[in-house]
Design a protein around this ligand. Structure first.
Ligand code: ADP
Ligand code: MG
Length: 677
């Protein structure tokens, strides 16, 4: 058997099982071996019945004394009972609605019964125990499963594939394994699937987690080598005074600090590599604008990548007037433009006729070349893969980079994702902002909310209503609002007002048209989906209502709410929900109580657990199989140290001993859409 062969070569895997396994991401024997248990049942020390304590969950070794057959109780439930025992005691076992375990046991047969021992009036009893052969030892693996694949089958298939583990190449250099006392990879994989005790299991897991974090750290390290560690384009100091003069407002202290940080970086020999983190509405765009202007004064071009066309378009509109006044030429490049339009922009870029090009992923595409790229800006960076970000930098000769994000992340995660990235925090909102007043209401109050919205529209304000769906389809749970139908149903309540619809399924040009009509005040009330979540900036919009608020994550609601409260008018956010779930109500209340994005993120982290926090993909990181960046802090640090050592000696992983590591790194980076070189 070969590691790379399909699971279908295993006895017992037909088309149906192969399909089911595919759902778990398992195609090859190797995938099967890397499908690690999520938990284990401890069978290491079976008990005698008399040694058990009621309430305890444990394995009991006993023989079947007699089977009592089936009884039907009130409500129609079927019970299958047997009495089991050893030389000193007896215990009943009972299965609900499941005759099979007892059918497989004959009288006098010995077995291990695993479950919770309870004290009933007739003596000890165990309900629905798991049954194992009597000589079973060690820890029994529990796997993540899917329909049609039971735990027993999964374990069996993995045992069949286990001999091929020998073919898995060791990617950790011997010296590293010695220094951090890590077992070899074949042993670790074997142990993970069939551990004898907790001690060997924890060593195996440590090794596997280390490896995963190590590969990640090496990948990120290599990305950085390309971006960092190299000579950049040191820029000469220039006065930003004209920029400040052109602004319609004075910048906040925090904005000024971030700009100073960035400019200082850009005057260094090594390329700037700075993250600007600031809550929604804190004015991060101005930092980017200042950077682009500075790059322009130094005779170079800038590129600014945004995650959506809408946002790119909006940045383009907003910055064109500001920077245009300063003599800069701006360009826009998005996927939906015609081939001819794109060609024109590409040519202008290559000939140096555009000073700041704003765009989407389209900026990354082949054929986009810059005459002299000096600064690369990524807005809402968490929306991009780490590799994508680096991809844009490679369009220039080690340009300076600036990334901007409103999403705060836990420290260990930040270390891993950003490593040596320098950080500027904008911890202050522009003056005059009043906190957004947030209320949670239930559907009977919807009409009152509409009245409230109408009053504000009459005063010249604008509003958003956000629905969780674009269009209802078969299988949509009842009660979920969809934007398309919603617009129709609310028309009578808003006769005489200009309404608009915006959602992700519309063509980009259509979206753009609607958005500029809303910006210009021609649309007063916009019914929308979460397409407006990031970045959309219309200061005159002061009310946001969110239907089915329970469907959204807290941080997401906070981002959405950030679309209002962007001007000096008093702003409101109305969360509509009929949920009675205590947890949900508490989360929504949290949002009503605070406007502080960092606190909300912390709360989100605490209430959902680190595993679910924001999700890997949101940070552009690969899904990890076994390690958890948010909890395995110490191991993260060790893996990073080890990665450093390896990259110091062999920065491009070119030596033969690092070939397997290189392959592994490529695989990981491919999974997030791109890799260094
Ligand atoms: P974000 O940090 O969410 O990207 P933006 O850069 O979109 O925030 O800025 C939000 C709004 O605040 C914009 O309308 C912008 O013009 C305005 N703004 C930015 N800085 C200031 C300032 N110093 N004073 C007043 N308004 C500002
Ligand atoms: Mg922004």
């Amino acid at each position: 058997m070969k590691l790379g062969e399909s699971v279908t070569i295993l006895w017992g895997v037909g088309e149906q099982r192969a399909k089911a396994l595919e759902k778990l991401g398992i195609d090859t024997l190797e995938d099967l071996l890397l499908h690690y248990p999520r938990d284990y049942i401890d069978l290491t020390s079976p008990r005698n019945i008399t040694d058990t304590v009621p309430g305890e969950i444990c394995p009991v070794r006993a023989s079947v004394f007699r089977k009592m057959g089936e009884t039907i109780v009130k409500g129609g439930m079927r019970l299958y009972k047997a009495q089991v025992g050893d030389s000193e005691g007896v215990m009943n076992i009972v299965f609900f609605n499941n005759p099979y375990p007892l059918e497989r046991l004959h009288t006098e047969q010995e077995a291990l019964f695993y479950g919770k021992v309870e004290q009933a009036s007739q003596g000890r009893v165990m309900y629905n125990p798991q049954v194992f052969p009597p000589d079973m030892k060690g820890l029994w693996p529990i796997y993540p499963l899917t329909k049609n694949i039971s735990n027993g089958i999964m374990r069996h298939l993995i045992q069949l594939a286990l001999p091929t583990a020998d073919q898995i190449p060791e990617i950790l250099p011997e010296a590293i394994r010695e220094e951090y006392q890590l077992m070899d990879c074949v042993q670790a994989i074997r142990t993970a699937h069939a551990p004898e005790n907790f001690q060997s299991l924890s060593q195996a897991r440590r090794r596997l987690m280390f490896e995963e974090l190590f590969v990640l750290a090496v990948s990120l390290g290599m990305l950085r080598t390309y971006a960092h560690d190299t000579k950049g384009i040191p820029m000469e100091p220039h006065s930003l005074e004209p920029f400040y003069q052109a602004l319609p407002f004075a910048l906040t202290e925090a904005q000024n600090r971030a700009i100073q940080d960035l400019i200082a970086d850009m005057c260094q020999n090594t390329p700037a590599n700075r993250l600007v983190q600031g809550d929604v509405g804190s004015g991060k765009t101005m930092v980017a604008a200042a950077g682009a202007y500075f790059a322009f004064l130094s005779g170079t071009q800038s590129a600014m990548m945004a995650p959506t066309e809408l946002l790119a378009q909006q940045h383009y509109n907003g910055l064109s007037s500001l920077l245009g006044k300063l003599g800069m030429r701006l360009g826009l490049l998005t996927g939906s433009m015609t081939a001819a339009q794109k060609r024109k922009i590409r040519q202008a870029l290559a000939e140096g006729e555009i000073d700041l090009c704003i765009g989407t992923h389209a900026l990354l595409s082949e054929g986009v070349e810059f005459a002299k790229l000096g600064l690369v800006i990524t807005d809402e960076q968490h929306r991009f893969g780490v590799a994508q970000r680096a991809g844009l930098s490679r369009k220039g000769n080690h340009p300076h980079t600036l990334v901007m994000s409103a999403t705060p992340i836990p420290r260990t995660l930040a270390l891993m994702v950003y490593g040596e990235l320098d950080l500027s925090i904008i911890d202050e909102l522009p003056p005059g902002r009043k906190p957004i007043k947030t209320y949670k209401i239930s559907p009977p109050k919807r009409d009152r909310a509409f009245r409230f919205i109408r009053e504000h529209l009459v005063q010249g304000r604008q509003a958003y209503i956000v629905c969780p769906l674009v269009e209802a389809a078969d299988g949509t749970p009842p009660g979920l609002r969809d934007a398309v139908a919603y617009l129709e149903t609310i028309k009578p309540a808003f006769t005489g007002f200009h309404l608009g619809l915006l959602h992700g399924k519309m063509r980009p040009a259509e979206k753009e048209h609607i958005m500029s009509a809303f910006s210009a005040g021609e649309i007063q009330l916009l019914v929308s989906t979460t397409v407006i979540e990031v970045g959309v900036d219309v200061p005159n919009a002061t009310i946001m209502m969110v239907e089915n608020a329970e469907r959204f994550g807290l941080s997401q609601l906070h981002q959405l709410r950030g679309r209002v409260g962007r001007g000096t008018g008093e702003s409101f956010c109305i969360l509509l929900s009929d949920s009675r779930n205590m947890g949900t109500l508490e989360r929504l209340k949290m949002l009503c109580d605070t406007n502080d994005g960092f606190r909300i993120a912390e709360y989100d982290l605490a209430s959902r657990g680190p595993g679910n926090f924001l999700g890997w993909q949101q940070h552009g990181l690969p899904q990890l199989r076994i390690a958890d960046l948010t909890t395995d802090g110490e191991l993260v640090t060790q893996a990073q140290q080890a990665a450093h050592k390896v990259l110091e000696k062999d920065p491009f992983l070119a030596s033969p001993e690092n070939t397997a590591l290189w392959k592994q790194m490529k695989k990981m980076m491919d999974s997030v859409g791109g890799r260094p070189n």
